[in-house]
Design a protein around this ligand. Structure first.
Ligand SMILES: Nc1ncnc2c1ncn2[C@@H]1O[C@H](COP(=O)(O)OP(=O)(O)OP(=O)(O)O)[C@@H](O)[C@H]1O
Length: 297
C-alpha cells in the first residue's frame, strides 16, 4: 500500500536545541496513528512539519507525493490544532461557511455540524461556546475539505468524560479506508482504545512505532501479581523491577522486565509465593518504561 505521507530524517531545532531529531514516519490510508510523548517531546513540531506549517531544517516531507506547502496537497489535509476556531463574534454556521471558501469542494455545513455534534448550536456565537463545543467546532473546520489526511493535536484535551467519549466516537467514525488520521495525545487509554498504531517520541526522537501489542512487546515489561512474605521494598530493589504497589486486596503488583528471573530469585531464597499471575503490560506501563530518562539513550 502506498503511504499518504512520508517524513524522512526530519529534524528541527529551536535555539540550538533539537525539538525533532531525524524522525522517519509514514502514514497509510485507513489507519489511526496515535502520537505519544511527554511534554516537549516534539509532537506538535512534527505535526507542524507534516502540515507544512514549519519547514524542517533537515530531511524531507511528502504528502500525496508533494511537498505539504503545495496547494493541491494542502487541499487534501485537514487539521484540528489547539485553539483554531476563529473570531468569537461569528456564529458556528458562519465560521464553517467562512472556512468552506478555502476548499474547492467543501462538505455541506449541515453535514459538518452533524458529524461534530453541533447541529443544535449552528446559531450560537463562537465566543459563547463551552470549551468542549469549541473543540467540536474545530473538528468540523478540520473536516470542511473532506480531508484524506486528518491531523488532530490533542483533540480531547480539557474535555469531560462524556465530551471525550463523544469526540472519540466521532473520530472513530471518520476512520475510513481512504483516510489516515494522526492524533497527538497524552491520554494513553485513549491511544490504546482508538489507534491502530502508536508512535512514541521522546526528546525529539522516535523510540517506538507499531501496534499497541508490538510496542508493549518491544519494552518487554510484564505485570506480575503475587503474595509473598518478602518485604515490598526488597522486591523493588530487584533488577528489572520497575514499579511495585499493593493492590486493595493485599497482593503485590509489580512491573518487571524479567519476571522469571525475579521469581527464580524468590524461590531460590526460600520465600513463599502464592496467588501468582503474570500478564502482558498495558500501553501505559510500556510508555513509562520507554520514556524514563535514559531509556531512549
Ligand atoms: N516556537 C518555538 N520556539 C522555541 N522553542 C520551541 C518552539 N516550539 C517548540 N519549542 C520547543 O521544542 C520542543 C518540542 O516542543 P513541542 O511543542 O513540539 O512538544 P510536544 O511534544 O508537542 O509537547 P506538549 O505535549 O507539551 O504539547 C520543546 O522543548 C519546546 O519548548
Amino acid at each position: 500500500m502506498e503511504p499518504m505521507a512520508v517524513m524522512r530524517g526530519v529534524s528541527r531545532s529551536f535555539r540550538g536545541q533539537l525539538a525533532v531529531d531525524a524522525v522517519d514516519l509514514s502514514l497509510y490510508p485507513g489507519e489511526i496513528v496515535a502520537l505519544l510523548g511527554p511534554n516537549g517531546a516534539g509532537k506538535s513540531t512534527l505535526l507542524d512539519m507534516l502540515l507544512g506549517l514549519r519547514d524542517p531544517q533537515a530531511g524531507s516531507v511528502r504528502v500525496f507525493g508533494m511537498p505539504p506547502t503545495v496547494r493541491r496537497a494542502r487541499g487534501r489535509m485537514g487539521a484540528m490544532l489547539q485553539d483554531t476556531t476563529g473570531p468569537p463574534g461569528l456564529t458556528v454556521a458562519e465560521t464553517v461557511r467562512l472556512t468552506q471558501h478555502l476548499y474547492p469542494r467543501p462538505a455541506p455545513v449541515s453535514e459538518l455540524l452533524d458529524i461534530a455534534g453541533l447541529s443544535d448550536k449552528a446559531d450560537r456565537r463562537v465566543g459563547e461556546l463551552s470549551g468542549g463545543e469549541r473543540q467540536r467546532l474545530s473538528l468540523a473546520l478540520a473536516l470542511t475539505g473532506s480531508p484524506e489526511l486528518l491531523v488532530l493535536d490533542e483533540p480531547t484535551a480539557a474535555l469531560d468524560v462524556a465530551g471525550r467519549r463523544g469526540l472519540l466516537r466521532s473520530i472513530r467514525e471518520l476512520a475510513v479506508d481512504d483516510r489516515a488520521i494522526v492524533l497527538a495525545t497524552h491520554d494513553l487509554r485513549e491511544a490504546q482504545e482508538i489507534a491502530d498504531r502508536v508512535v512514541v517520541l521522546h526528546h525529539g526522537r522516535k523510540i517506538a512505532d507499531g501496534d499497541t501489542a508490538e510496542v508493549v512487546g518491544q519494552v518487554g515489561v510484564r505485570r506480575v501479581h503475587l503474595r509473598t512474605d518478602l518485604d515490598v521494598l526488597r522486591i523493588a530493589n530487584h533488577p528489572g523491577v520497575q514499579s511495585v504497589s499493593i493492590t486493595p486486596d493485599g497482593r503485590v503488583e509489580l512491573l518487571a522486565r524479567d519476571p522469571e528471573g525475579l521469581l527464580a530469585g524468590l524461590f531460590a531464597d526460600g520465600h513463599h509465593v502464592t496467588d501468582l499471575t503474570v500478564a502482558d503490560a498495558d500501553l501505559e506501563s510500556a510508555f513509562v518504561a520507554l520514556t524514563e530518562d535514559g531509556a531512549a539513550a
